[in-house]
Design a protein. Sequence first.
Length: 133
Amino acid sequence: MKQPETGNRRDLLEHRLRIAEEDLETAYLLIDANQYRGANNRAYYSIYHTIDAVLSMDGVAFKRHKDTLAYFNKHYIATEIFPRDMGRKIVKAEEIRHASDYDTFYIASKDVTKQQVETAALLLKLAKEYCEK
């Protein structure tokens, strides 16, 4: 049964941030279990849902991840609302998630996975600070 779509932008923002937090918590659990491919996936989705939350403040939503990330890069990274190096880290997280999920012989390392989870945690922290303003 489909849930009714009610609430305001703030409700949507908070909902999407909760999803990002859950994905990040799952990434930490997967790292602790030495499940790096899964942790890369959850770290990326934490990043994606964090970005989606920020965009909800503008009333902006896209069906494709590519469009969501491009909009965020243009309106939040290029304008330095979020640090420029975060844009590079987001691109890297997307590449690693894709490799982890689809490349048959990709071997996810602990160090690279930790970097992805750190990126997700930092972006979530920065997004919360931005959204509180």
